[in-house]
Write a protein that binds this ligand. Structure first.
Ligand SMILES: [Zn+2]
Ligand SMILES: [Zn+2]
Length: 340
């Protein structure tokens, strides 16, 4: 089969490798769509617990092509989405009921073979059937949707809260839809891209604010004029430290500040501890997904989440260099999907 193989950080090529054989409870999935994510950029540079050699791709959907002898949940031909995470079940975090923080997490596309290949093995317990109305491209977005469902669990918005979200990329636009569904009254979304802002308005009923990277004072002023009371929930969905550092200035007393985007590991920001104390601000982190996949599948299969509009670019495996360059640069691409 054809696969995108990394021999080490930055060293990748599309090449012919052996098609794996499913054993026991494994299913062989013919990958039809695999989402490209900012995490793939971190993996490209050898960060985010990447282990090489590696076939990346952690957001994928496809058809079951073959099954191991102990498989009972899926059949050849089933259209499925895959949950890429396998907690070990044995470490202190797993035994304590917080497997998201598993010390020995196996994550397909991060430290185990993923979906940037024609075929990949998935344990049947991690596979979920797609409704006939859901395309493979949309199915590939169920993993980021599961991350957004986890984000909502972390944020726990109250009906009637106002929220401000910086960043309207693929996962951000899913989170925005869920915030709206959770009863957020005014949802303001800020981004650099007019195309992404238009989608935030269309899919999540968001009010939109154009961000000026070169002149943050301009959008600060616009936000303060439009929303003088500030927000109960202020979310970073960009991972950009300069954006995260400014979150407190949009918060009203008692607000939650949420780190949902992936910032560089080495980044540091300055925040006033007195401000956190005096206005009783809460800092929240929302990392990845675990245990939220079944709910994400229901939200997609039922049509509650609108994902179709998010897929703006598709590539064959050979288009990886182009996809990587585009996501590293970041502009009007919303969600890119590889079709191996
Ligand atoms: Zn991802
Ligand atoms: Zn564990």
């Amino acid at each position: 089969m054809k696969a995108l193989v990394y021999d080490g950080p930055g060293a990748c090529a599309v090449r012919e490798v052996a098609t794996p054989t499913p054993r026991g409870t494994e299913a062989l999935v013919r990958v039809r769509a695999c989402g490209v994510c900012k995490t793939d950029v971190h993996i490209h540079h050898g960060r985010f617990f990447a282990a090489f050699p590696l076939i990346p791709g952690h957001e994928f959907a496809g058809e079951v092509a073959a099954v191991g002898e102990a498989v009972t949940r899926v059949q050849v031909g089933d259209r499925v989405a895959a949950d890429n995470q396998y907690p070990c079940g044995r470490c202190d975090a797993c035994r304590g009921g917080t497997p998201l923080f598993c010390a020995h997490m196996t994550a397909q596309g991060v430290n185990a073979p993923g979906g940037f290949a024609e075929y990949t093995l998935v344990d049947e317990a991690r596979l979920y059937p797609l409704a006939d109305t859901v395309s493979f491209d949309e199915g590939a977005l169920i993993e980021p949707a599961a991350c957004a469902v986890h984000g909502i669990d972390v944020i726990a918005p109250r009906a009637g809260d106002d929220a401000l979200q910086f960043g309207a990329g693929g996962t951000g636009l899913i989170l925005a839809q869920l915030l709206r569904g959770a009863g957020v009254a005014t949802l303001a979304v800020a981004d650099l891209s007019p195309r992404k802002l238009a989608l935030a308005g269309q899919l999540a009923g968001a009010e939109t604010v154009m961000v000026r990277r070169d002149a943050p004072e301009a959008h600060d002023l616009a936000l303060h004029n439009r929303y003088p009371g500030g927000f109960a929930i202020v979310i970073d969905a960009t991972g950009v430290p300069a954006v995260i550092e400014r979150l407190p200035r949009y918060a009203h007393p008692g607000a939650k500040l949420v780190m949902y985007g992936v910032a560089p590991e080495e980044a540091r920001i300055a925040i006033s501890p007195y401000d956190i104390f005096r206005r009783e601000l809460t800092l929240l982190g929302s990392f990845s997904q675990l245990g939220t996949f079944p709910r994400a599948v229901k939200l997609v299969n039922s049509g509650v989440l609108q994902l179709k509009e998010l897929v703006t670019h598709t590539f064959p495996l050979e288009g990886w260099a182009d996809a990587l360059a585009r996501i590293s640069r970041g502009s009007d691409e919303v969600k890119m999907v590889m079709r191996p």
